[in-house]
Design a protein around this ligand. Structure first.
Ligand SMILES: *[C@@H]1O[C@H](CO)[C@@H](O)[C@H](O)[C@H]1NC(C)=O
Ligand SMILES: *[C@@H]1O[C@H](CO)[C@@H](O)[C@H](O)[C@H]1NC(C)=O
Ligand SMILES: *[C@@H]1O[C@H](CO)[C@@H](O)[C@H](O)[C@H]1NC(C)=O
Ligand SMILES: *[C@@H]1O[C@H](CO)[C@@H](O)[C@H](O)[C@H]1NC(C)=O
Length: 156
């Protein structure tokens, strides 16, 4: 059983933008969701690189298995040409406004992404061993890191 336990957002370049909010909310034991909203003072922007890293906690969090760099504007222009990526992207797609081609000139919103949906994918698709995991997403715009979002979870 996979369970997301926490989310953290760090506006590493606050001159470029910042988070309006970033949290996990538990309505009850089975219904939890993640909401994130980021704004930039330097819109529009047309070059977004997403660096995604999976970490597992051994003695502190260590890189584990996945480390991918995605040219987001290329991907968003024709998602169908990247089937594996699109498969994961489709999980967050309905809850997000980060799905049209570049440029981006508005807040990036993840609105009430239901944790059960995400847990389902992790539990059934990734054949991992028990432990604490962390998914770190680094947002690079015009070759400068602007923000980092980190999701923490436990597989038991
Ligand atoms: C956020 O990122 C900055 C720059 O990398 C770093 O100095 C700071 O410690 C980070 N803050 C948190 C809470 O991780
Ligand atoms: C949890 O909350 C959701 C949304 O309000 C509701 O649909 C669901 O029935 C609740 N589940 C339990 C076990 O109370
Ligand atoms: C991913 O690879 C890059 C470049 O090789 C490296 O700088 C980074 O630390 C790696 N991140 C993880 C999570 O392994
Ligand atoms: C976008 O930024 C990346 C570095 O993050 C750079 O390698 C690439 O050439 C840039 N692309 C365009 C179209 O400016």
């Amino acid at each position: 059983k996979y369970e997301f336990t926490n989310v953290k957002c760090n506006a590493t370049d606050p001159t470029f933008g910042n988070f309006r909010y970033c949290y996990i909310k538990a309505i009850n034991r089975t219904y939890k969701y993640v909401s994130i909203r980021y704004y930039s003072t330097q819109v529009p922007y047309t070059n977004i690189t997403v660096k995604l890293g999976l970490y597992k906690r051994f003695n502190g969090y260590k890189p584990f298995l996945y480390n991918i760099t995605i040219n987001a504007c290329k991907f968003l222009k024709s998602p169908k040409t990247y089937p594996v990526l699109k498969f994961f992207f489709d999980i967050i797609y309905p809850a997000s406004n980060f799905h049209h081609p570049c440029p981006y000139d508005h807040d990036i919103i993840l609105d009430k992404l239901t944790i059960a949906t995400v847990n389902h994918y992790f539990t059934n698709i990734l054949p991992f061993s028990e432990g604490d995991y962390m998914i770190e997403i680094r947002w690079v715009v015009y070759a400068v890191e602007r923000a980092v979002t980190t999701l923490y979870g436990t597989l038991s």
